[in-house]
Design a protein around this ligand. Structure first.
Ligand SMILES: [Zn+2]
Length: 305
């Protein structure tokens, strides 16, 4: 049993509790975050992304849909405001860049999966992505097609990106094959499997800031300023909401938007946590013994012909 691994063994492996390591153990590594909608990553992983960036990762967002169904005004207004929100999200977590694939919101299953996989492989090779973060393609109860189609395309793209004979024209054009090594899958719905618990308490302000960038949709964004305005119209105020609108949005999240993170922390003695399903390099269940183990066996059992 390694340090930080709980003895409790689940059907999906032992649970690891992960805490911040200030020695920058991930210096030089690249994190590829593949989300369908502006609110996916900040809700599920705002704390872990802040932690991984502080530990040395360079992070990139790949956004698969155009978010056209969520937000005020016309369809065009929604696309624009969500695009701006994702830019602000990247800034809030010190993320290097955003790539918008632009598939239509809630209709991602109308696009050829091979095209989606090809575009992801291109970006994984171009960015040299070591670690991916996205939806769990096999988690239960997922009802949003954008989520399970994105997860499905990501899962296959991760290893096929390392195969030189797949999309060989990319390799001829100068992109070296590059497989993704490890993966963090989101826990989006109750009962989704997890084996990794992140202590996000040191990064709570960053998580709140990232959630507050999502003004166009979701349970975060601009609820604080709306509550402040409603109370003011009744001649009331909540002093905790502060003086300005942005402060009100963040304080609203601090007061009402982290209930799940508190609940996740409780069994592990943490104030706030995020759950993920983590696939380590080499996979969760290594079927084949290592080369070292084979050599040990040969040394003991090999006989002269
Ligand atoms: Zn979503």
């Amino acid at each position: 049993m390694h340090d930080g691994w709980f003895a409790e063994d689940t059907t999906h492996g032992p649970v690891k509790v992960d805490t911040f390591d200030p020695s920058r153990p991930h210096e030089g590594k690249v994190l590829g975050i593949v989300q369908a909608h502006a609110d996916d990553m900040p809700l599920c992983s705002g704390g872990l992304v802040a932690k991984l960036v502080a530990e040395g990762y360079k992070a990139f967002i790949i956004q698969t849909t155009n978010d056209e169904k969520c937000g005020a005004g016309s369809v065009a207004d929604a696309i624009k405001s969500n695009e701006e929100d994702v830019e602000a999200l990247a800034k809030s977590l010190d993320i290097e860049d955003v790539f918008n694939l632009g598939y239509r919101n809630h209709r991602q299953d109308e696009n050829a999966i091979i095209e989606q996989r090809c575009r992801l492989i291109f970006l994984f090779r171009h960015l040299r992505v070591d670690t991916v973060m996205s939806f769990h393609p096999w988690a239960k109860w997922e009802e949003n097609p954008d989520h399970y189609i994105t997860g499905y395309a990501v899962e296959s793209a991760c290893w096929i990106a390392g195969a030189a004979r797949s999309f060989p024209e990319q390799v001829q054009a100068g992109l070296a094959p590059h497989g993704v090594k490890d993966k963090y899958y989101w826990v989006m719905r109750p009962g989704s499997p997890y084996n990794h618990v992140t202590d996000i308490s040191p990064f709570l302000d960053k998580k709140i800031e990232s959630m507050a960038t999502n003004k166009s949709q979701g349970p975060a964004g601009s609820h604080g300023r709306r509550l402040k305005e409603r109370l003011a119209n009744q001649g009331l105020q909540l002093p905790e909401l502060g003086d300005d609108d942005e402060m009100a949005d963040r304080q609203y999240i601090r007061l009402f938007g982290l209930e799940e993170n508190k609940r996740m922390g409780e069994p592990y003695g943490l104030e706030y946590a995020e759950y993920h399903y983590y696939f380590p390099p080499g996979g969760t269940f290594p079927w084949m013994a290592t080369g070292e183990r084979v050599e040990e066996y040969v040394k003991v059992h090999a006989v002269k012909i």
